[in-house]
Ligand binder design. Structure first.
Ligand SMILES: [Zn+2]
Length: 602
């Protein structure tokens, strides 16, 4: 019996070997990093079978390109600006190439069948969207490192990683196809750039959830103190709660790459992996750890929402240009909603903690003047030039599709709970998007299709909801939605009468002026240094309001471009709101039942 099992295993292994490892690939990369202190990755890209490849119609030349942006981060980053020393050869023959635009190199093939492209990439920016190399580790986001041949984007490739001599660990979501070497397989270019790679001496934690092996690559610049069991338990509960939204998990395995270093943060989603960054304090307090797990839940939920359940425009990607969608308030905003809702369902956040986080998101948008200027669909569309390119006036003119989208997701969840007597919630929208558009049609959804699914689940038309809150900037009728679960919003600052100038900054220099505030209407500018108020020297902006009241008229003298200028400004009432949730008096049985369903209280 044992022998038979052995032979069956051998046959299965041989089939897999031939299918994956043994398959000839047209493009094979080798990544070197012999001098990490210089921050250069050295890339070698072999392109084979040129003369017989039917995808290459004109075989006299081959174009190779580097993307200008990376999926998930909607900014043109011009990765090609970090490329140096581009050269091409075929055996001993040096081939001629020239750049034909900012990110494309055209190579004369001279009838060669195999060519080797070599270049170096300067990598010294440790964010989740860029690449980094120094003596401590290497991290790469594929879009900033690996070039591609446009006609061969759908072809498979291999990546051989040669870690710096002192390093022994490589972590990535790509399948490893060599026992002894760090060689990986990517079934197409999209998957290659969607699989970040961590290289160094980092520790790797592992756990199983839903029968899926999960790895956590823990890079840290300094020794970390954490309770491994507690951390792994929190990850496992988060993964299980996230998967319960759609109810199906598409991954064979999943890799978390976690960077711990002061001054970094954020995360980026990928098909079966994510990179998340945090400071060294993520495990030092309960609050910090819950905040960190929020990031983990966010990026993990993306493996469904945006990586597979996606707006029509977000895939297949155009790596040369901006990819426009009005739906980032769903892709990012609803993921922001779920990041804490998942933690509530995983029992990592208490109902009170969850509601506190939700209220702070509402307070953020309600205190931002841009909430009345820009709609979330406009915010999504203009992410490339506004959300990702903020300036001193962004608070006044824009709203984040993360924050506002998260709040809209929360309201839609309450609406669905109410309309369906607690039988359904926002999960049902994602379940349908998953089965209809990802699985059945294999494509993204269109704006009107998303709305139709929401209406199908809610069992009513949502024209008003979309017109007011998504394509408009009307004030959200919070108390109607919270009323469904027997709650109401109360403003803690409603009766306060604190004076307000509307200028904030560091020391006495103005860094931000709030739209329609006394400072804004009175003529103060970002960059002004406040010198005197009513003839008295001041050292900080914060001290201006000491002993002042609403209606006080001040003469404010500023230094602007070396000149002194004075402005007469009258203080107004501080319009800041600070909402909290309170129970309504004598809620109905239905409200109490829906509250329990909303908060997953058994
Ligand atoms: Zn996100």
């Amino acid at each position: 019996m044992k022998k038979q099992t052995f032979f069956i295993s051998l046959i299965i292994f041989t089939i897999i070997f031939n299918r994956v490892i043994g398959q000839k690939t047209d493009i094979n990369y080798t990544l070197d990093m012999t001098q990490p202190q210089t921050h250069y990755f050295e890339v070698s890209m072999d392109i084979e079978g040129i003369q017989s490849n039917p995808k290459l119609t004109d075989k006299s030349f081959v174009d190779v390109k580097l993307p200008v942006w990376t999926p998930g981060s909607y900014l043109v980053r011009e990765y090609a600006r970090h490329v140096e020393g581009f050269s091409v050869s075929s055996g001993d023959t040096k081939l001629i190439s020239k750049k034909i635009n900012k990110n494309t190199w055209r190579i004369e093939t001279q009838n060669k069948d195999k060519i080797t492209v070599k270049y170096k990439v300067y990598a010294f920016e440790l964010t989740v969207r860029t690449s980094f190399l120094d003596e401590s580790h290497g991290y790469l986001n594929g879009a900033s490192i690996f070039m591609y041949v446009p006609q061969l984007k759908s072809s498979p490739s291999t990546v051989r990683i040669k870690p710096y001599e002192k390093w022994n660990e490589v972590s990535t979501g790509l399948p490893k196809i060599s026992k002894n070497d760090f060689v990986y397989y990517a079934s197409d270019y999209d998957i290659l750039v969607d699989s970040p790679i961590e290289i160094g001496t980092h520790k790797v934690l592992t756990f199983n959830a839903l029968n899926i092996p999960h790895k956590i690559a823990m890079f840290s610049v300094a020794p970390l103190q954490y309770d491994e069991e507690k951390v792994l338990t929190a990850y496992k509960k988060t993964v299980e709660a996230a998967a319960s939204v759609v109810g199906e998990h598409p991954c064979k395995d999943y890799t978390f790459i976690i960077h711990h270093q002061p001054g970094i943060g954020g995360g980026l989603e990928h098909l079966n992996s994510t990179t998340c960054q945090t400071g060294l304090g993520a495990y030092t307090s309960d609050g910090a750890f819950k905040g960190f797990m929020s990031l983990i839940a966010h990026e993990y939920f993306h493996l469904w929402n945006v990586k597979r359940i996606r707006p029509f425009a977000l895939g297949p990607f155009d790596y040369d240009n901006e990819n426009y969608t009005t739906m980032l308030w769903v892709s990012e905003g609803f993921t922001s909603f779920y990041q804490d809702y998942i933690l509530r369902r995983a029992e990592i956040l208490t109902p009170e903690e969850y509601q506190g986080k939700f209220m702070s998101e509402i307070n953020t948008i309600e205190n931002q003047p841009g909430n009345k200027i820009q709609t979330v669909s406009e915010s999504s569309w203009d992410a490339w030039i506004k959300y990702y390119r903020q300036n001193e006036n962004s608070r006044n003119s824009t709203i984040s599709y993360y924050d506002k989208g998260g709040v809209i997701g929360g309201m839609l969840n309450l609406l669905i709970l109410h309309e369906t007597d607690g039988k359904k919630n926002l999960d049902n929208v994602f379940k349908i998007l998953w089965s209809e558009y990802y699985k059945k049609e294999g494509r993204g959804f269109k704006d009107e299709e998303f709305k139709a699914v929401c209406e199908q689940v809610a069992g009513k038309k949502l024209d008003d909801f979309f017109a007011k809150y998504i394509n408009g900037t009307e004030a959200i009728d919070y108390n109607t939605y919270f009323g469904y679960v027997g709650l109401k919003m109360v403003d803690d600052f409603a009766i306060s009468n604190n004076p307000f100038l509307g200028a904030t900054g560091i020391g006495s220099k103005i860094a931000s002026v709030t739209k329609d505030s006394p400072a804004y209407l009175g003529g103060l500018n970002v960059g002004d240094e406040i010198v005197e108020v009513d003839g008295i020297k001041i050292s900080s902006l914060a001290s201006i309001l000491t002993d002042k009241k609403v209606g006080d008229a001040l003469k404010i003298t500023v230094r602007r471009s070396g000149e002194l200028k004075s402005y007469n400004i009258t203080l107004a009432r501080n319009p800041t709101v600070k909402y909290k949730l309170e129970k309504i008096e004598s809620p109905s049985k239905k409200q109490e039942e829906l509250y329990k369903k909303w908060m997953y209280i058994k």
